[in-house]
Design a protein around this ligand. Structure first.
Ligand code: UGA
Length: 454
């Protein structure tokens, strides 16, 4: 099939690479010339494991451009995968979405195409996008748009860092439309994934035991709500374990054991019960805010989702409280942060706890030193004005530090020479923000270990 994808962020690029790998002819469109130049040169503007390899393998089916003309006019499917960043009141800013919809209307010239919202958009946006596409088509072509376009929602459930495997071997595929034909088109598009008939790339082997992938085919509004409801549920699962963690700290319970003990009940499940600093990233914060904002439009409160957001914010404050408890005075102290990205295997800093924590500590008069295996450069570009000191190695972070905070659980931080690090520090205190280090071992190596919860 001929596919156009508007937006080459995490979602657009991953989708484009996977669909091209499956044999579809894919045009990836982005107005950012720098990104398109990089992609044409075989490089990626984001860090995502195996993306460079998959793009190279699918090269023959991929085309990168900055203009709609020459790409969308004869596409069978057009994905909109542009950013919907949060605006001040928590509702997503839809200016890129509306620009994409208008661009499609202006340049589409075939008989029938399915316009698919892949970006996470507020419930009801599908209908809105449909009307913008038709309006723009009629304005530029001077004829009625009747029948040329159908709109569908195809929410994305990929996680950054494992985006390609999540797309090729998903738990489920959700497609929503009020138009029967578009459901059929999308069914054909995803058939190789649904039936798992494609040959897996050597570097992304098919997980054992995966069978046919369930397809949820539904109306537009339900598909849109599924996306928000899924992310909000995952977010509240994390906040739930963090709330229980606060109590565990008071009563002297071990949160890891508690998480395991409840998670093994299949109705609850063990995943997303890792207590710690809480969630970051571009999705959970934005989507829970958007859900609350949408509900407000219907005069509906969302106390559970709102509480999950509050608890998540509180976790970041607790880092400052814990350091204050240990060091008594923060002014003039040197605190080292290990990890900046919002989670391992990505260089994404959006809503990353590290950025918030660095800001809070600097406001309190601390000197903050930071390290990350891949996100240092991006940190300089996006947060350079904060005044944190970037360090090339974890050892440099530890030099003369009063405390270290493990913020992102990169594998390499689990394997550091902690004995050597302790010797470099002014006071060997480590706050393990992700509860991944071995308390007994670190204590043995000379550290005062503090967990989250402790
Ligand atoms: C999330 C969802 O997991 C995806 O299904 C969804 O497609 C995506 O948002 C999206 O809407 O685009 P992502 O934000 O990439 O994916 O990352 P996650 O792996 O879900 O992690 C989110 C945050 O939760 C991270 O900061 C992580 O450290 C934190 N987390 C996760 C915990 O604190 N505890 C856990 O047990 C799990």
């Amino acid at each position: 099939m001929k596919v156009s994808i508007i937006g080459t962020g995490y979602v657009g690029l991953t989708t484009g690479a996977c669909l091209a790998y499956l044999g579809h002819k894919v045009s990836c469109i982005d107005s950012d010339e720098r990104k398109i130049a990089l992609l044409r040169a075989g490089k990626t503007p984001i860090y995502e494991p195996f993306l460079t390899e998959l793009l190279a393998d699918a090269k023959a089916n991929l085309h990168f451009c900055t203009q709609y003309a020459g790409a969308v006019q004869d596409s069978d499917v057009i994905f909109i995968a542009v950013g919907t960043p949060p605006s001040a009141d928590g509702s997503p800013d839809l200016k890129y979405l509306s620009a994409a919809a208008r661009g499609i209307g202006e340049h589409y010239a075939g008989d029938f195409t399915v316009v698919v919202n892949k970006s996470t958009v507020p419930i009801g946006s599908g209908n809105w996008v449909g009307s913008l596409v038709r309006e723009s088509y009629e304005k530029h072509h001077g004829v009625k748009a009747n029948g040329h376009f159908a709109v569908a929602s195809n929410p994305e459930f990929l996680r950054e860092g494992t985006g390609l495997a999540d797309s090729l071997y998903p738990d489920r595929v959700v497609i929503g439309s009020d138009d029967e034909r578009s459901l059929e088109v999308l069914y054909s598009l995803y058939r190789p994934v649904l039936d798992q008939t494609f040959t897996p790339p050597t570097y992304l082997p098919r997980p054992e035991g995966i069978g046919a992938v369930p397809l949820i085919s539904t109306d537009l509004a339900s598909a849109e709500l599924i996306k928000y409801a899924a992310n909000a549920f995952l977010a509240l699962k994390i906040s739930y374990i963090n709330e229980i963690g606060q109590l565990a700290e008071k009563v002297g319970a071990d949160i890891q054991q508690v998480a395991k003990g409840i998670g093994l009940d299949a109705r609850i499940g063990t995943r997303f019960l890792q207590a710690g600093l809480g969630w970051g990233g571009s999705c959970f914060g934005k989507d829970t805010a958007a859900l609350v904002a949408t509900a407000r439009e219907y005069n509906l409160g969302m106390p559970i989702v709102s509480a999950a957001r509050e608890i998540n914010q509180r976790q970041r404050e607790r880092v400052v409280d814990k350091l204050l408890g240990e060091l008594k005075i923060l002014k003039g102290r040197t605190i080292g942060l290990l990890g900046l990205a919002f989670k391992p295997n990505t260089d994404d800093l959006r809503e990353a706890p590290a950025v918030d924590i660095a800001k809070k500590l600097i406001e309190r008069g601390c000197k903050v030193k930071v390290h990350d295996p891949v996100a240092l450069e991006r940190f300089e570009q996006e947060c350079g004005s904060l005044g944190a000191v970037r360090c090339a190695t974890p050892e440099e972070v530890a030099d003369e530090a009063d405390a270290l905070v493990l913020v992102t659980e990169w594998q390499q931080y689990r394997e550091l020479d902690y004995e050597g690090l302790a010797k470099r520090m002014r006071s060997p205190i480590i706050l393990d923000g992700r509860n991944v280090l071995d308390r007994a071992r670190l204590n043995r190596l000379g550290f005062r270990y503090i967990g989250m919860p402790d």
